[in-house]
Design a binder for this molecule. Structure first.
Ligand code: C2E
Ligand code: MG
Ligand code: MG
Ligand code: MG
Length: 280
């Protein structure tokens, strides 16, 4: 036990480890409670813009957790926790349901939902998505599921089966954070997706000499040659936005265009966008 061992050990790693484990366990309990309470979790939406028309074409659903004592906790912290503690299915179902209700409210826009490889590895995942879409009367082709490369490494092949079933039904797939993981052009070769989301690290390297422009150009080239659409993530300046348009990127997403926002803020934004469009 850390407390009974030497003072140095205690100071160096004892309490640290204890604390980490305790924090994790506490946070897991809190997340479980949050899923039951219902009012701590909220789905935000980030508009995705068509590069050509400058109009909003889709919304990406992004989960938010407002912890009662700790404040906002980043999805990068609690999504992995949900994945290892068996809570991801309920979390994913919550997001999908919210996203479907939002999609019904804004029938002109597509809806993108992030899916963990753990969820996609469940045998009944595809059936759950079908049933949710049916309940809300959402055209399957309006839903785009964002997966990461981990989902493509699944050895049991369950992810692949779910992807195939969902795609046959009309649901779209996007490969998120492209370029950060094990992705290679070779892997792209036999990829069952409809879109590539170019990771923001490339966009943000535009002003560096070894910069992202050449990389993004080749990603867009290969994607288009394969008939896939491309979205650039993390567009933070007008300059980046211009470069990406010139590179032929199809959709743009980032703080420069719009930040992720609550459903109410989204209603306000889309209200003003509509007014702008009809009055011009
Ligand atoms: P992601 O799917 O790649 O989402 C994009 C992330 O980049 C979001 O962070 C978004 O807020 C942020 N972002 C958007 N525009 C900009 C920009 O211009 N600059 C910068 N620096 N960041 C930008 P967020 O919401 O914190 O989510 C982080 C990650 O957590 C997501 O990355 C996704 O992998 C995961 N995630 C979020 N919501 C869900 C969910 O409902 N289910 C699952 N399974 N994962 C989720
Ligand atoms: Mg995403
Ligand atoms: Mg991403
Ligand atoms: Mg990400």
């Amino acid at each position: 036990h850390a407390k009974t061992s030497g003072r140095n050990r205690y100071a160096i790693f004892g309490p640290h480890m204890d604390e980490l484990i305790r924090t994790r366990r506490d946070l897991e309990q809190d997340l479980r409670a949050a899923l039951e309470a219902g009012n701590q979790l909220e789905v935000f939406y980030q508009p995705v813009y068509s590069a050509a028309s400058h109009e909003i074409s889709a919304l990406e659903a992004l989960i938010r957790w407002w912890h009662p004592n700790k404040g906002a906790i980043a999805p990068e912290v609690f999504i992995p926790l949900a994945e290892t503690s068996g809570l991801i299915d309920r979390l994913g179902a919550f997001v999908l349901k919210e996203a479907c209700s939002t999609a019904r409210e804004f029938p002109d826009l597509d809806i993108a939902v992030n899916v963990s490889a753990v969820e996609l590895g469940q045998r009944h995942y595809a059936a759950q998505v079908f049933s949710q879409l049916r309940q809300f009367g959402i055209e399957p082709s309006r839903l785009e599921l964002e997966i990461t490369e981990t989902a493509l490494l699944d050895e049991a092949g369950v992810c692949e089966k779910n992807i195939t079933a969902l795609r046959e039904f009309g649901v779209k797939f996007a490969l998120d954070d492209f370029g950060t993981g094990f992705s290679s052009f070779g892997r792209l070769q036999r990829l069952e997706v409809d879109r590539i989301k170019i990771d923001r690290s490339f966009v943000q390297a535009f002003d560096r000499p070894d910069g992202g422009v050449a990389i993004v150009r080749s990603i867009v080239g290969v994607a288009h040659a394969k008939g896939l659409r491309t979205t650039a993530e993390g567009v933070e300046t007008e300059e980046q936005s211009e470069i990406l348009r010139n590179l032929g990127c199809d959709e743009l997403q980032g703080f420069h265009l719009a930040v992720p926002m609550s459903k109410n803020s989204l209603r306000e934004l889309l209200g003003t966008e509509r007014t702008k469009r009809t009055s011009s």
